[in-house]
Write a protein that binds this ligand. Sequence first.
Ligand SMILES: Nc1ncnc2c1ncn2[C@@H]1O[C@H](COP(=O)(O)OP(=O)(O)OP(=O)(O)O)[C@@H](O)[C@H]1O
Ligand SMILES: [Mg+2]
Length: 435
Amino acid sequence: MTGFWIRIGFYLTGIAALGWCFGAIGEPRDGWIVAVLLLGTWVVYQLYYLQKTMGWLEDFRLDNVPHGSGAWDLLYSKIYRLAKSGEHQRQQLAETLKDIRSATEAMPDGVVTLDEDNQIIYANEQAEEQLGISNEKDMGRNLINIVRHPDFVSYLNGSDWEKPIVLRGVRDPGRVLQVQLIPYGTRQRLLMTRDITQLDRLETTRRDFVANVSHELKTPLTVLSGFLETLRELPVTEEQRDQYLGLMHSQAHRMQNIVEDLLVLSKLESTTAPAQDDKVSMTVMMERLVNDARSMSRDQHRITVSIMVESIVRGAEDELASAFSNLVSNAVRYTPANGTITLEWSVNPDGGGVFSVTDTGPGIESQHLPRLTERFYRVDRSRSRETGGTGLGLAIVKHVATRHQAQLVVDSEVGRGSCFSLVFPAKRIQSTQPA
Ligand SMILES: Nc1ncnc2c1ncn2[C@@H]1O[C@H](COP(=O)(O)OP(=O)(O)OP(=O)(O)O)[C@@H](O)[C@H]1O
Ligand SMILES: [Mg+2]
């Protein structure tokens, strides 16, 4: 500022000095004329720069700073520096905003910022996908007009946002979202959304599982306690006593089977370690399986075995034996007398191994196929119970398959029979020679 006044003072003093000189040399009037002329020129000069400055400010760019002299030079460099630091701050702000946006985009949860009237200010990608909003089209629109779920509307319009709410079927019927509104700033609101479909499914499975186990154990327990009461309170003949004890024994055995299968399942589910790497000879395994099948069938079925290639499967022998025998025992139990059961081991052209059990039993309707490996799922409950089934067998098979990177394939047709196959990847098979 001082520099500015010094320059102005310097010009005015110069004009006054020149005027005085001319006045001293000639007439005083000449001095005044010279001073007025110089002052006029100086004013015109200032007006010219003022106009130049206006032109620059109208089309303001940092790369076309006008050249000026005197106070104008000072002014231009001041404006330039101010604009430069403003530009720098703007760039920094833009960078920070970009960083914040990238951080919100990277979040697994959906984030929507709203104003006090629920109008959308910004939504990250997850929120766009979960709530069906578009950053391009829906900015400034009221969120309630887009997400019309009644629970959501009353939550947003209410004032109790302490806890999140759970919304089912917002965009598609199977989806479950957890939504929470968090007020911030003076009047803005942050809406957080989280997809909890998977979690909800797990919770439902857990609940169903507890209910199923209780139900499965309740029936034999009721029968057992009924017989115990009868034995304790009523006089029974020796023959009746033996009959009751026999029935009690079969119910106790049933409960034992359920508990044993549950323990196997829980062991399989809780071990994350890869399956052991035993060398399992399929020739020996198939022999054992066919013997078990024959003794279980008691000559009621025609049981054949075919081993296309002698192979070694690398895996946990006890787990594999349990999975194979489950498939074999199913075939024997569900195939009526005189049916045919075929056990087969073959190797695919790509080197993968296939263990299959084919029967000429009742077959399974297609709507049951996707659910067969669910715990306690039985197509024909009474038939399964009659034969001592717990409905856990195929769940165990599925787990064993997964632990060996194998696939359980079920091909079945009602009235014709079923074929259950376990397809192992080539890396688990060592084939020696055709059997
Ligand atoms: N070969 C088959 N033919 C017809 N139905 C079958 C066959 N294998 C399985 N199923 C059906 O699939 C259901 C599930 O089989 P899974 O092996 O899981 O249970 P389970 O045999 O009833 O009991 P578990 O094997 O635990 O003793 C059976 O109840 C039965 O209805
Ligand atoms: Mg079974």
